[in-house]
Design a protein around this ligand. Structure first.
Ligand SMILES: *[C@@H]1O[C@H](CO)[C@@H](O)[C@H](O)[C@H]1NC(C)=O
Ligand SMILES: *[C@@H]1O[C@H](CO)[C@@H](O)[C@H](O)[C@H]1NC(C)=O
Ligand SMILES: *[C@@H]1O[C@H](CO)[C@@H](O)[C@H](O)[C@H]1NC(C)=O
Length: 317
């Protein structure tokens, strides 16, 4: 986009090249909403514009895309093919939950042996379910994984996990919110048991770019500026959620009371990009390498994947 200013005092036609930062992510989930908020409210103030389009990490192979957001699972899966991808920030860490029907005889995680458990293959939701059950000593063959769809707002149609849970097609399911909360509501809080364990699995929904973008001075400057805008947004999400509930609910099409019930499981903000994150990614990568039949990344490869330099630069500004 070009903006031309005619200055009356000077016989000059001044043309400024205005840049639009292009961000690819799924716009269906709660996790992406700080990107939308920062683009609309804080980044514009810096003069440039940012636009959000549907997609995710795979779109970084298109050089017109500057940034992408996804769970760490998709980040790691794509890094296997594209060693130039970089994880440059954490947007939110979410403790996923698994909801189970007490009437199916489930009180503890170990009771899920032999049960039918809903989740989405190849996503962070499956990684969560498999790791959580493994923490209770259950191997993949000890239960049946059943795929289904996420529901974000009631009424949940057939084929969605909350509907499958109430019709007893499944005994439990684990996926991102608000689907789990809607599963709890579908059966009634007194009739379900929920499980979570952030040290076994939490989604690390992150911001990604490429090595090439970070080497390009103009693109890098815009990305640093956007990270500052995001940082202003986290303050609001963390400190004054009452100011953002309506926007988040409207953006992803969910009900505010349901959103409020799951808010505490969302830890907004840059978190720590340090050693703990690399340790966490290393553990998940051990698991993904097996299921995706590839070699696990070396420690050095994972350390290159997590690039802290943009945050460091943003802090100095
Ligand atoms: C991202 O990739 C998907 C799948 O290839 C495609 O449908 C979509 O248009 C892409 N989005 C952008 C922003 O390029
Ligand atoms: C969470 O998982 C860790 C590691 O398996 C375990 O030590 C801890 O007891 C679990 N916490 C709960 C609340 O179950
Ligand atoms: C983000 O904001 C916090 C305070 O709200 C501040 O301490 C931190 O330096 C900021 N980081 C960046 C990258 O701007």
């Amino acid at each position: 986009m070009q903006t031309c200013l005619f200055l009356t005092l000077l016989p000059t036609l001044l043309c400024l090249q205005a840049h639009a930062l292009k961000i690819a992510c799924s716009q269906m989930w709660i996790e992406h909403t700080p990107l939308a908020y920062a683009a609309k409210n804080f980044y514009k103030a810096a003069g440039d514009t940012a636009s959000i389009t549907n997609g995710g990490v795979p779109n970084l192979s298109d050089s017109s895309v500057d940034l992408a957001a996804n769970a760490e699972t998709q980040g790691l899966k794509n890094y296997a093919q594209h060693k130039n991808y970089r994880l440059i920030g954490i947007i939110v860490e979410v403790t996923y939950r698994l909801v189970a029907n007490k009437a199916a005889g489930i009180k503890t995680l170990a009771d899920l042996k032999g049960k039918r458990i809903g989740t989405i293959p190849g996503t962070s939701a499956e990684v969560f379910v498999r790791q959580l059950l493994a923490s209770a000593g259950l191997a993949d063959r000890d239960y049946t994984a059943v795929s289904g769809n996420v529901c974000m707002r009631a009424p949940c149609g057939s084929g969605t996990f909350p509907a499958q849970l109430s019709s007893r097609q499944i005994d439990a399911f684990g996926v991102w919110e608000t689907a789990v909360e809607l599963g709890v509501r579908a059966l009634g809080e007194e009739n379900v048991v929920t499980f979570k364990n952030a040290s076994v699995y939490r989604e690390v929904y992150s911001l990604y770019t490429t090595e090439e973008k970070l080497r390009n001075a103009g693109a890098r400057q815009r990305i640093v500026q956007f990270v500052r805008a995001l940082n202003q947004t986290y303050d609001l999400f963390k400190g004054s959620p009452d100011k953002v509930y309506d926007m988040v609910a409207q953006t992803v099409g969910i009900d505010v009371p349901v959103l409020k019930n799951v808010w505490a499981d969302h830890v907004w903000g840059p978190g720590s990009l340090g050693k703990d994150l690399v340790d966490y990614l290393e553990r998940e990568d051990q698991y993904l390498a097996k299921t995706d039949r590839r070699q696990a990344f070396s420690r050095a490869e994972l350390e290159r994947f997590v690039d802290t330099s943009v945050y460091e630069e943003a802090m100095q500004g």
